[in-house]
Write a protein that binds this ligand. Structure first.
Ligand code: RIB
Length: 329
């Protein structure tokens, strides 16, 4: 698209394509002001996409941040996006929000689209099962938010201590007297879920319990996974507690238990993860591991803008979680 546009602009301005490229790339010190102005006026008048590119290249900044989230329906990402937008606005940046719908190829398409649109940086939460790497060093500054990718790349990372959160959730169920505790979560390749699983196992083993594969069910961070996973775990009649990988899974688990007339928390106790707005309004209100969701977004913006402005900044920041005890445990 740019090549075709540069050719067209060169014809209209009666200059070479090399001259147009120099002007669009801000390398125009040897070009007369009249020629430079004529080229930029054509770019503006023809309203080609390069006018954003020309402006961006000339100024080297567009004061725009790209944000890619995996599931815009999930209240976790809605609150996170609010933290991002509020922090960006305070710093004079606007945000282009993209929803990858948990599709890795769509994620990659958006990374490329955002770079074409000359964003100054990108904040990315990868899809649930994306663990492979498709972006390279030296592209536009990127901050991974919430979900890590295990790669030696000079990119920022704002994460939560998921292992500690999983440990606290499971230890809470053990302290409440549970002896057959299930784990239902997203597929374990996803770092958020995998590290919660590590914390779950650590708490069980530390208290002398064995890991029972029949009490582990993985799917996605969804109500359906919570519902179907609980029905599966209930085949073990000893089940007395479930650590759910996020609050939507906990909502599905509660629905399944209620359909089976199983009392919560007397017969089966439930702990979720995130503390989305809905958690405290469920019946029973969900005991959960609160993530600092709004602050995760704010910290991601602060880190990204420090990287954009080439300021010294720590490239990995891990925020703490906390147990919020309610009626489901
Ligand atoms: O609810 C969505 C989940 O995916 C959250 O736990 C968050 O950590 C993200 O990884």
């Amino acid at each position: 698209m740019i090549k075709l546009t540069i050719k067209r602009i060169a014809e209209l301005a009666n200059v070479s394509t090399a001259t147009v490229s120099k002007v669009l790339n801000g390398k125009d010190k040897n070009i007369s002001e009249a020629t430079r102005r004529r080229i930029l006026e054509i770019v503006e008048r023809e309203n080609y996409r390069p006018n954003r590119i020309a402006k961006g290249l000339k100024l080297k900044k567009t004061n725009t941040i790209g944000l890619i989230v995996p599931d815009i329906k999930n209240l976790f990402f809605a609150e996170m996006a609010k933290g991002i937008e509020d922090a960006a606005e305070k710093k004079g940046y606007s945000v282009i929000l993209c929803n990858s719908n948990n599709n890795r190829d769509k994620e990659e398409k958006y990374i490329n689209m955002l770079q074409d649109r000359m964003v100054d940086g990108i904040i990315l939460t990868t899809s649930e099962n994306n663990i492979d790497l498709y972006f390279r060093d030296g592209q536009v500054p990127i901050v991974l938010l919430d979900r890590n990718i295990d790669a030696d790349l000079n990119i920022g990372r704002i994460l939560t201590d998921n292992e500690e959160g999983g440990y606290i959730a499971t230890k809470h169920l053990i302290d409440k007297g549970c002896k057959n505790i299930g784990f239902i979560s997203s597929i374990n390749k996803n770092f958020s879920s995998y590290n919660r699983f590590i914390g779950y196992k650590k708490a069980l083993l530390e208290s002398g319990y064995k890991i029972n594969e029949k009490l582990i069910y993985t799917g996605s961070f969804s109500i359906e996974t919570g519902y179907n996973g609980t029905l599966e775990l209930l085949k073990n009649s000893e089940l007395d507690g479930i650590f759910c990988g996020n609050d939507y899974i906990a909502i599905g688990a509660i629905k399944a238990l209620k359909e089976k007339n199983i009392k919560i928390p007397d017969e089966v106790k439930i702990v979720g993860f995130d503390d989305i707005l809905l958690a405290k309004y469920m019946e029973p209100p969900i005991t959960t591991i609160r993530q600092p969701i709004y602050d995760l977004g704010k910290e991601a913006v602060n880190m990204l803008i420090s990287i954009i402005d080439k300021k010294d900044t720590e490239m990995t920041k891990i925020l703490k979680t906390e147990l919020v005890e309610r009626g489901s445990s």
